[in-house]
Design a protein around this ligand. Structure first.
Ligand code: HEC
Length: 274
């Protein structure tokens, strides 16, 4: 054992008494235990008085003003998920897809507005007297082939709807449809007064509603017996319908179409089936 020099023991005693510790501990352990005890509390104590004033004072006047925080919207914008580059191609095709989609929708809508599509709407002018399904009322029945019996040829029906009962009576034309109709021909005025629609509907509307009466209500088969008539007058590809829409007249439409009977600009006797 080496002897502890007196001046060291004295220092140790002074420290202990300064910290309020008793003298009962072993002299050898005292320096080891007291050394950390003195330094540990001293460190924060030294930092506390000097630290805060300098830290508090320094940044406030000297530092540049902190940048304004982004508004909620801007910060959300900056944080947004960016479109991955591989999706750009798909996004670029979007306008083309939109175009094709709109085209497909309007194209089918246009098909529905061919003579038959339009005729279903125009028929609202007729339903009150002929029934919503053509079953008849004040005016004749169209359904179950009745209208086809009266008019084997569409031209005679078009003429009758254009000019109406009054004009036929004035012109002295009795038989407006098939003179050989089973049970006897229909005579102008026999059932009542059918208004002429030449003034209130356009020629293409009259064709459209007559197509509706024959094919949608009357049961004409556009793929069978009436295939040729359907093709010429009532199909979505009907050239005559397009020409009427462009300003051609039913009264003279036969001039540009072989095999079409003359409708003319006034009442005329109806024709028998071929
Ligand atoms: C105000 C009632 C009334 C309205 C509306 C009316 N009709 Fe008539 N329709 C009649 C009457 C009545 C007759 C029979 C006329 C006669 O005896 O001369 C008739 C006859 C007909 C005939 C002849 C049928 C056959 O077998 O002899 C056709 C075709 C016809 N109408 C089409 C139409 C069309 C198309 C419309 C609409 C655009 C229409 N009618 C609107 C009353 C009407």
């Amino acid at each position: 054992m080496t002897e502890i020099p007196e001046h060291l023991l004295k220092r140790s005693r002074e420290r202990r008494s300064a910290l309020g510790q008793g003298d009962g501990e072993a002299a050898g352990a005292a320096p080891a235990a007291s050394t950390p005890a003195t330094t540990t509390p001293a460190a924060p104590a030294a930092a506390t008085p000097s630290g805060p004033p300098t830290r508090a004072a320094a940044p406030t006047p000297a530092g540049p003003p902190p940048p304004k925080p982004d508004s909620f919207v801007v910060s959300r914008y900056k944080d947004r998920k960016k479109v991955p580059f591989w999706a750009m191609g798909a996004l670029g095709l979007l306008p083309i897809w939109m175009f094709m989609y709109v085209r497909s929708v309007t194209a089918s809508a246009q098909e529905a507005t061919g003579p038959l599509g339009m005729g279903a709407e125009v028929y609202s002018n007729c339903a009150s007297c002929h029934g919503g399904n053509g079953g008849g009322g004040v005016g004749y029945q169209f359904s179950e082939g009745e209208v086809l019996k009266t008019f084997p040829h569409i031209e005679d029906q078009l003429r009758y709807v254009l000019y109406g009962t009054g004009a036929y009576n004035v012109a002295g034309v009795e038989i407006y449809g098939n003179p050989d109709r089973e049970g006897g021909p229909h005579l102008a005025g026999a059932r009542g007064a059918m208004p002429g629609f030449a003034g209130s509907l356009t020629d293409y509307e009259i064709l459209a509603v007559v197509c509706h009466e024959r094919y949608a209500l009357g049961g004409a088969d556009g793929a069978g017996d009436y295939a040729e008539e359907f093709e010429t007058w009532c199909s979505p590809e009907s050239e005559i319908f397009v020409e009427l829409e462009g300003g051609a007249m039913l009264s003279t439409i036969h001039e540009a179409h072989d095999g079409v009977l003359t409708i003319g600009d006034g009442p005329a006797a109806g024709s028998a089936a071929d």
